[in-house]
Design a protein around this ligand. Sequence first.
Ligand SMILES: C[S@@+](CC[C@H](N)C(=O)[O-])C[C@H]1O[C@@H](n2cnc3c(N)ncnc32)[C@H](O)[C@@H]1O
Length: 272
Amino acid sequence: MEDHLPQSVRVERRPVSEHESRAANGPDWDRYADEYQATHGTFLGDAGFVWGPEGHTEDELGILGDVAGLDVLEVGSGAGQCSRWVRTHGGRGFGLDLSHRQLQHSLRLDAETGVAVPSVRGTATALPYAPGSFDVVFCSFGALQFVSDIDVAVGEVARVLRPGGRFAFSVTHPTRWMFPDDPGEAGLTATQSYWDRTPYVEVDDATGVVSYVEHHRTLGDWVRLLAAHDFRLVDLVEPEWPEHHDRVWGGWSRTRGLLTPGTAIFVAHLPG
Ligand SMILES: C[S@@+](CC[C@H](N)C(=O)[O-])C[C@H]1O[C@@H](n2cnc3c(N)ncnc32)[C@H](O)[C@@H]1O
């Protein structure tokens, strides 16, 4: 859900490793965090839980169920808005994010709201928790599409969940990868293969250094990844664009949202 592109950056599709993805995305989110929170903070709500640019909230969708009394981990928690919502609903919400600056915003909101989300700096591919620590793990456009070693990341979620635990995550809807990332009419014409998993990469023109990476998985890829780690997929929510919603977020807009899904929310359980 990034929506900035400095002029000195060129866009490519090419393979990138987990190391390269992380080395690019950590500093990128550090640079972008102030603008991200200034632009989207009000929409997200300091203790709000929004699942994607369509604006559907956890209060509306009830994806996690009743979180009261549960241990809940948010992977790619940013400023911790969703986990703060979990805390205001009786859950023990914890955050983890790659970006130091995003976590500074989380501390700022902790102080401003009086609802603190204990958070750590880390990566989705090496969660710093003992096996069976959580009842629920979730990501709202969090780490998953920024990770190259997705099999490792899903395995880590399975490891830290308790038996019967729930994993729910929103990502850019995989079909969006066929279209240019343009909120206008140009974003309605398929120009790329849905099956091309080559990552989206931004490269600093001056230095040649990779500065931002996103990874694409098809719907079938996600189903197989979850099944490989013993998850049972119980829902795939494709939120419709609300009738009166007219907010543009990067490539998400009313123009596109009325015709094509922009967000996919996967909901899966481990055996009890
Ligand atoms: C689009 S933001 C979403 C944050 C929050 N859920 C929100 O709605 O604002 C994605 C977040 O994922 C984090 N992230 C990227 N790669 C990560 C990784 N490998 N491990 C953990 N977090 C990561 C970024 O730092 C960023 O804060």
